[in-house]
Design a protein around this ligand. Structure first.
Ligand code: MSP
Length: 530
């Protein structure tokens, strides 16, 4: 029999400007991508997860200058800080690319030459409205009142001899891409926004080199110019999988299956990027997903207004500070549950602490702990036999629990595929709550007192152990450490290896000796909560 080749899945985060350390906003983005990567691994896909740092931004060289170090030194140190931050959040990336790497630079030079030889790069002179902090030129229509539509700062008029990329040539192919591939950009409202705001008014050619800047990759055969940071950065998605240096790897990974990006950079990824690829004759990524922003509530003259969390607004929260205090999984869970991935939502430590106590300690932690305690106390720590009868003959309480578990299996996969992580967690919690209700209804402590109820007690405890086993699978992309702990407590393999089989009801093996261990989420003592 020929071995069935595993479906490949290549997904990316944007690469981060290393002028500042990551904050909870960047954590929200990368945790979402990590959840997706772990979900696809659970489905046995051959996953490749790329992240990294976008090092040739002008603001990076400015920060280096202020700090009295070379930009090379700064980006090297900062890349380490990003790696540490992602490690502390349990981010399971496969490759961390830095745009200072030789392999990246070689790929960029190769790409530039191909596009130039195609006639899509030409020398001109550029005068435009430029936003320094955002590294973006804006047209007059976009920059109403001469301020940056992104950050609201005053724009500068900049004139320089420059190379251009013939983006306008790709107006029609891009319109076709949006029309014929509605899944290319999601969620749908972002696609409409792109079409209305950028495509319909018509695309201008893009300036892709600077002579005013010296930090970056020199333009091939004209080194007075440095390649525009976005033209350089977007290519990380190719060079991170071998473009220009390892063609075999590149052929095996490209095209990307999913680029996840913030809503502020969707236009670079769905207009400039596909046009660059079309010009170079490279297949397009399959899907781009534009997520929303983590905001913080700021007091605006007595009224709480949500504003984006960002270094320039001075309102950042460091993920390490929060995960150090509440645990990595509590932060991961909170970010994925509290803020719908597609939209915006507010971060607040108070809400995190509340959700910790309600969802994690009271609902999930309590379910697992009491299931283990009862198995230990009432049946000597060994999981009893479950139902011998078919589901139709089960008591109502058991049928309801089973039906909820089936609903989870029915609904969660589609929610995961559309990156509706908060809704997926809501669905998973319906099983947590159903299992807790089942305990209240079946009252195992009463059954344990009556020798005639021993068989029923055994079945009840089996149903609960089975619910916990299923939860360890569904939760594993979101809270990997917790999922592993649950699996170890129920003496299961560290991870599910055959998802289709193991996500179905009935996988718990009677006779298994449990290992009770510590509570998953000890309750926090919060003022005003019970
Ligand atoms: N370097 C570019 C991306 C190049 S990709 C080829 C860049 N870097 S960034 O560091 O400014 O932003 C990286 C990502 O972080 C973006 O997707 C941005 O939307 C995201 N976020 C920054 N602040 C955020 C929040 N407050 N909330 C959610 N995401 C946030 O842009």
């Amino acid at each position: 029999m020929t071995p069935v080749s595993r479906e490949k899945y290549y997904l990316t985060t944007p690469i981060y400007y290393p002028n500042a350390e990551p904050h909870v906003g960047s954590a929200f983005e990368i945790v979402g991508v990590d959840v997706m990567a772990r979900w696809k691994r659970l489905l046995d896909c051959d996953v490749f997860f790329l992240t990294g740092t976008d090092e040739h931004a002008e603001k990076v060289s400015k920060v280096a200058k202020e700090a009295g170090v070379t930009p090379e030194r700064l980006v090297e140190d900062m890349a380490e800080k990003f790696k540490q931050a992602w490690k502390s959040l349990d981010i399971s990336y496969d490759r961390f690319i830095r745009t200072e790497e030789e392999v990246h630079k070689r790929g960029v030079v190769q790409f530039w030459r191909i596009v130039r030889d195609k006639g899509d790069i030409y020398l001109g002179s550029y005068e435009g409205l430029y936003c320094m902090p955002c590294e973006s030129y804006w047209t007059r229509t976009q920059a109403k009142a001469g301020v940056c539509p992104e950050c609201g700062r005053t724009l500068q008029t900049l004139r320089e001899p420059a190379y251009f990329f013939a983006l306008s040539k790709y107006q029609e192919p891009l319109e076709r891409l949006f029309r014929e591939n509605p899944d290319f950009l999601g969620p749908a409202f972002r696609r409409h926004e792109m079409e209305e705001t950028f495509l319909k008014p018509g695309l201008d050619d893009v300036c892709i080199s600077r002579t005013t800047i010296h930090w970056g990759i020199p333009v091939p055969d004209d080194p007075k110019h440095v390649i525009y940071v976005w033209f350089d950065a977007l290519l990380n998605y190719l060079t991170g999988v071998g473009y220009g240096t390892d063609e075999e790897l590149f052929r095996s990974r490209w095209p990307a299956d999913l680029h996840v990006v913030g809503k502020d950079i969707v236009r670079f990824h769905t207009l400039l990027w596909p046009a660059m690829l079309m010009s170079a004759g490279i297949p397009l990524p399959k899907r781009v997903f534009g997520h929303g922003f983590v905001q913080v509530l700021s007091d605006d003259m007595g009224v709480e207004e949500p504003v984006k969390m960002s270094k320039s607004l001075g309102n950042i929260v460091k993920p390490g500070d929060i995960s150090g205090k509440y645990g990595v999984d509590a932060l991961r869970y909170f970010l994925m549950k509290e803020i719908p991935y597609a939209g915006d939502g507010a971060y607040s430590e108070r809400n995190l602490a509340m959700r910790y106590n309600t969802d994690l300690a009271n609902d999930l932690g309590n379910l697992v702990l009491r299931t283990l305690s009862m198995i230990e106390r009432y049946v000597g720590g060994r999981i009893p036999e479950g139902h011998a009868d078919p589901v139709v003959e089960w008591p109502d309480a058991d049928k309801v629990l089973h039906a909820v578990a089936e609903e989870v299996a029915e609904n969660v996969p589609a929610l995961m595929e559309e990156l509706s992580f908060s809704a997926a967690l809501e669905a998973i919690w319906s099983l947590v709550r159903a299992a807790n209700r089942y305990v209240e209804e079946t009252k195992p402590w009463a059954l344990a007192k009556d020798p005639a109820s021993r068989p029923r007690l055994g079945v009840v405890l089996y149903q609960l152990a089975e619910s916990c086993r299923l939860l360890s699978i569904w939760l594993s992309p979101f809270v990997p450490t917790t999922a592993r702990k649950i699996r170890s407590q129920f003496a299961l393999d560290e991870a599910a290896t055959d998802f289709a089989l193991e996500a179905a009801w009935g996988g718990t093996k009677p006779g298994t000796m449990i290992r009770k261990g510590e509570p998953l989420f000890p309750r926090l003592d919060l003022p005003g909560t019970t």
